[in-house]
Ligand binder design. Structure first.
Ligand code: C2E
Ligand code: MG
Ligand code: MG
Length: 530
């Protein structure tokens, strides 16, 4: 038996139960590992190579055949879930990775592993449901998209991205969502490049139709298979210049807009507008890059007041930049930076700027406390976290003057890792606030996993609390919970004296809002009287 090439073999033994060398018709030429127990066959027993595809279910066969076509010699595909057994009998689940090696263009190399060897993330595990699943899907889908196209002109030349949305008036239940996702996966590159991005929105990457071949009409196919009417729009990866990093980010942002129902895009609009949309978003990415490179943003400061004493406890630093066209607010700009993946760099810049400001104020003799916003998206980035912890350690003496507010915590996917990081930050002595509590996903499960010093109650609960009994009930329960947990509370959006009094009497510790002071360039201590 020929030896299977070394580098790949090394890799195979790390993760695999079985390594296969196949000819281009999927005949098994060589095998290493637990051949018998995995495939139930003996390789080399007769002269005819055993057909690997005959050991798979129909779905598995489809996945393998479709993906193999896209193997170039430079890429590796997988993991894909398949079921293996002799003559389609014993259906054991395996995860397969596939590669072609540059010096062996007439061979495929497959590594098969039991899913548990790879941990839960590598093979698609049982689908979770609801918003968490969608968030996980999005992150995974976009990072794959980046991995696939970045600097990869060949993939760009051969691939398309199709957006799918349920037609107007169609509401999908969980089963239908799953059906569509499965169906799209079956068309998608390697059988696993489809994702549900919203309750009724999906996207998938697939090969371009061969020249002259009939274009697949996904809307009709899905209607036939599932009975659901959808709109589909296909974008050419080459036309959208997806191998360029900024265009890729712009594409991801366009997809995010599409995924957020509230932004009002439907699939057919995406197709019409695709070039414009990606063009515009590429410009915005460039504008944001300028902001980063030239440091062309300023910080304004808003006081946070001790509600019982009326004294200013610290300030929150908020960013202000010139907005590029089509972005209407600071908040939208931050969301944009999050969606296009530039937020870690930005949060780092704000942190550095704040430290610089605190040093200046210290030299002038009076450094106040300043809280800096850090996006959940940044905190999900391992490199960012490492840098942050090291910057904080290097500025340990500022621990009584600098705190971190975790914003957009819906973007955090690995609460355990973040929980560990927060522990480290707090161990150095810096305080951590959880921002916008009660909004989106920042709920009780976050409090359980993330040990924080203070919690900022989302302004939405406070705005109407004077008139709305329900909002008051939520507020009261948040305050009681925090008191029991020994967590300090901050109420946001205090616009009137009534709000300030209500919150103080409910036991909220600190307050922030226009009543005490709007964000301003100077660190202005308000005169509080209520
Ligand atoms: P946030 O951290 O919850 O900040 C509070 C927002 O509420 C600020 O909006 C502030 O101007 C506004 N606000 C304060 N008091 C009142 C009030 O009484 N009434 C009303 N209606 N609004 C009030 P801003 O500055 O537009 O910031 C929006 C969001 O953008 C912030 O929400 C935060 O999530 C994010 N953000 C701002 N600066 C940064 C930053 O440097 N990094 C990151 N990652 N996010 C930032
Ligand atoms: Mg904040
Ligand atoms: Mg907030």
């Amino acid at each position: 038996m020929n030896k299977v090439p070394g580098r790949f073999l090394g890799y195979a033994f790390c993760v695999g139960d079985l390594l296969l060398e196949l000819d281009l018709d999927f005949g098994i030429m060589n095998a290493d590992g637990a051949v018998r127990s995995t495939l139930g066959i003996q390789v080399g027993a007769d002269d005819d190579p055993c057909d690997f595809l005959s050991l798979l279910t129909e779905r598995g066969r489809g996945i393998i055949q479709a993906s193999a076509k896209t193997l170039t010699g430079a890429n590796r595909l997988g993991p894909f879930n398949i079921h293996v057994g002799e003559n389609g009998s014993a259906k054991e689940q395996y995860v397969v990775f596939m590669a072609k090696l540059p010096h062996a263009p007439n061979r495929y190399y497959f590594v098969l592993s039991k899913p548990y060897r790879l941990g839960t993330n590598s093979a698609k595990s049982e689908p979770t449901t609801g918003p968490v699943r969608i968030e996980e899907n999005k992150t995974e889908f976009f990072s794959r998209l980046e991995g696939l196209f970045e600097g990869n002109a060949e993939a760009e030349e051969n691939m398309q991205v199709t957006f799918v949305g349920a037609a107007e008036g169609e509401v999908l239940d969980g089963r239908q969502q799953q059906e569509i996702e499965d169906y799209l996966n079956s068309f998608s590159l390697g059988g696993n490049h489809a994702a549900m991005l919203g309750d009724d929105r999906f996207a998938f990457v697939h090969e371009k139709d061969a020249d002259g071949a009939k274009k697949v009409d996904f809307a009709t196919e899905i209607k036939k298979a599932t009975g659901i009417q959808i709109d589909a729009a296909t974008v050419d990866a080459a036309e959208a210049k997806l191998s360029d990093q900024d265009s890729m980010r712009a594409m991801v942002f366009s997809l995010q807009q599409f995924a957020r129902k509230s932004e009002g895009y439907n699939a057919s609009e995406i197709e019409d507008k695709c070039a414009t949309l990606i063009g515009e978003n590429t410009e915005r990415v460039a504008a944001f890059r300028d902001v980063l490179e030239n440091g062309s943003f300023t910080l304004v400061y808003q006081p946070i007041v001790h509600l019982k004493k009326g004294t200013t406890h610290h300030f929150e630093a908020l960013t202000r930049f010139d907005l590029p066209s089509m972005i209407n607010s600071q908040w939208e700009m931050i969301r944009f930076a999050e969606d296009v993946g530039l937020i870690p760099e930005f949060d780092t810049a704000v942190m550095n700027r704040t430290i610089q400001k605190l040093r200046e104020l210290q030299r002038a003799g009076a450094a106040p406390g300043i809280a800096v916003n850090v996006s959940g998206r940044s905190l999900s980035d391992a490199e960012f976290l490492l840098d942050l912890v090291s910057v904080l350690k290097g500025n340990k003496d500022l621990k009584a003057h600098l705190a971190i507010e975790i914003t957009e915590s819906a973007q955090i996917h690995d609460l355990d890792t973040l929980g560990d990081a927060l522990k480290e930050i707090r161990a150095v002595g810096f305080k951590v606030y959880l921002d916008d509590f009660g909004a989106g996903a920042a709920g009780f499960q976050y409090l359980k996993k993330l040990k924080v010093d203070a919690l900022k109650i989302d302004g939405d609960y406070i705005r109407d609390a004077i008139t709305n009994k329900e909002d008051r009930a939520y507020l009261r329960s948040m305050v009681t919970l925090c008191q029991d947990l020994g967590i300090v509370t901050v109420g946001e959006w205090i616009e009137t004296k009534e709000h300030a009094v209500l919150l103080r009497d409910m036991g909220v510790d600190y307050g922030q809002g226009y009543y005490f002071g709007k964000p301003s360039a100077g660190l202005i201590v308000p005169r509080v009287n209520f």
